[in-house]
Design a protein around this ligand. Structure first.
Ligand code: UN1
Length: 514
């Protein structure tokens, strides 16, 4: 294990302030004894106090977004695209600054933090293109002299609630698409990542000023559950897009549904990869280690279960353990170039990891590697852990739950049918993968009798999806789709139009009246 020197929290705070200055965005107002705070999981300490929003200020933010909607709705979509285009330019310019904030607040290592900002840049490009492609269809009318078509219209105010682990990418999937669709946005970021949010909001406001868009197209509200609940309950919020735990989704969905609002949920995952006997084991090891230990196991797409054919399970287990042993020296300060595994976001993640490992062992699981906390003496308030691999005799209850920490459970299977059954036998349905060189096997996994997830991959891991596809999952994952493909349709309302240019008034279905 390498030595660990605890970074100075004040140095991190200074780094955050400098990032705001370089972005040309006003620094957040630091308030001692404020209702909230910015923190860093790198040290586990508070950077400085920040005032949270109240019910009244959240209400005001919704009102401002609602007011801006009237003008924004009437702005032609390709002109709306210019705002997102300008945002993309600013994100490119300030990629390093934003990545530094992501590292400070979410603890991501450099390359992953830069990747997250790149994900925002990518969605900007996609959304600009989309702004000229919000296609409606024309259908043949059964009546002479009639035209039947559909048109897509902006919805209104979109509430976006995001989680700490992708503090800005998931915001951008929602916001860039919503903006070109003609919606306005009120964003409640995670309480753990207010600074990253304020910097992105500031850049979007700069972009709005540059292109002459109304500033009310985007508002940000800081705070916890109470602030989120205002967005959930408010009828002016036409669509609520929420990312977080399944428990959060279960609380949010009925409330939005009760007021006939729309919701888009991106909740927990418990993602698995099936490793067939024909698999290229080099790919399996590299793909699994990134997907399971990357981001310290804190992605909703993190690989949590490896279902391996019994002929290769020992070898796969051994090789993954070897790779994990190499990770040991790469755990630590995410600002250090050689670090691959940064801290968990907080104490809760660590407690959940400990509890899950104990339960797994009680179920007959064997911890093959990892699981210990590191640097507890040097960093008493921060939670660095060794990613763990646990060999399980079967898929017990603890394996079927999502633990938001780096634990990879390895289980054996005999037939592909059994593997698919085990794969699908969890409440969540986000991402999945199969490693195989056998095309028929791959196709079976991709077929409707195969994986039941929203994302199904072949010969790559479960995480690291591109923005071009629709992102989301089934069952307890919530059923929503964000980002690319036709996910934009969730952010608009559809009107079906029949135009009679024929002079007569033939009724559909041959009905005669008067
Ligand atoms: C998430 O963890 O909430 O596919 C999103 C991935 C990333 C997004 C993850 N592009 O892993």
């Amino acid at each position: 294990m390498r030595t660990f020197v605890l970074p100075d929290t004040e140095v991190l705070a200074e780094r955050a302030r400098a990032a705001f200055d370089r972005c040309g965005v006003e620094r957040p107002r630091e308030v001692e004894g404020a209702s909230g705070a910015a923190r860093s999981p790198i040290t586990g300490q508070e950077l400085f106090g920040l005032e949270y929003d109240t019910e009244e200020s959240t209400d005001r933010a919704i009102a401002e977004a609602q007011e801006a909607f009237a003008a924004w709705r009437d702005t032609p979509a390709p002109v709306r695209g210019r705002l997102v285009h300008r945002l993309g330019e600013l994100l490119r310019e300030h990629k390093a600054d934003l990545a530094a904030l992501v590292t400070i607040e979410a603890g991501k290592v450099g390359s992953e933090a830069l990747g997250e900002v790149q994900e925002m840049i990518d969605i900007c490009d996609l959304a600009v293109g989309m702004s000229r492609q919000l296609y409606g269809r024309t259908m043949p009318s059964e009546r002479p002299g009639h035209r039947l078509m559909e048109t897509w219209h902006p919805l209104g105010v979109v509430g976006v609630i995001t989680a700490f682990n992708f503090p800005v990418a998931v915001w951008s999937w929602n916001t860039c698409v919503a903006l070109v669709c003609g919606d306005t946005v009120v964003w409640k970021p995670s309480e753990l990542t207010p600074l990253t949010a304020l910097a992105c909001h500031g850049l979007l406001m700069r972009a709005a000023a540059d292109v002459g868009a109304p500033l009310g197209v985007h508002r940000v509200v800081l705070g916890g559950r109470e602030v989120g609940e205002v967005l959930v309950e408010d009828r002016r919020v036409a669509l609520l897009s929420a990312t977080g735990s399944t428990a959060m989704g279960r609380a949010v969905a009925p409330k939005v549904a009760a007021r006939m609002g729309r919701y888009l949920l991106e909740l927990g995952g418990n993602n698995a990869a099936v490793v067939a006997p024909s698999a290229d084991l080099d790919l399996v090891v590299r793909g699994s280690v990134f997907a399971a230990a990357g981001t310290a196991g804190q992605r909703c797409t993190t690989l949590r279960r490896l279902i391996v054919h019994e002929d290769v399970v020992e070898e796969v287990g051994r090789r993954i353990v070897d790779a994990y042993k190499q990770l040991r020296d790469r755990i630590g300060d995410p600002f250090e170039e050689s670090t691959l595994v940064g801290p968990l976001v907080g104490e809760r993640g660590h407690a959940a990891m400990r509890a899950a490992l104990e339960r797994a062992q009680a179920d007959g699981g064997e911890v093959l590697v990892g699981g210990d906390r590191c640097f507890a003496e040097e960093a008493a308030d921060a939670y660095y852990v060794e990613p763990a691999v646990v060999r399980m005799p079967g898929q017990t209850e603890v394996v079927r739950e999502e633990t938001f920490a780096p634990i990879l459970y390895v289980m054996a299977y005999r037939t592909l049918e059994e593997a698919v059954q085990m794969h699908n036998d969890v409440p969540q349905g986000l991402s999945s993968a199969i490693f195989t060189q056998d095309q028929a096997e791959a196709e079976r996994f991709l077929s409707s009798a195969g994986s039941d997830c929203g994302i199904v991959n072949v010969n790559i891991g479960t995480s690291g999806a591109e923005i071009g596809g629709a992102f989301g999952g089934e069952k307890d994952t919530g059923g929503g789709r964000e980002s690319g493909s036709d996910a934009w349709k969730t952010y608009m309302r559809r009107a079906t139009n029949t135009v009679n240019y024929g002079g007569g008034l033939p009724l559909a279905q041959g009905v005669r009246f008067l």
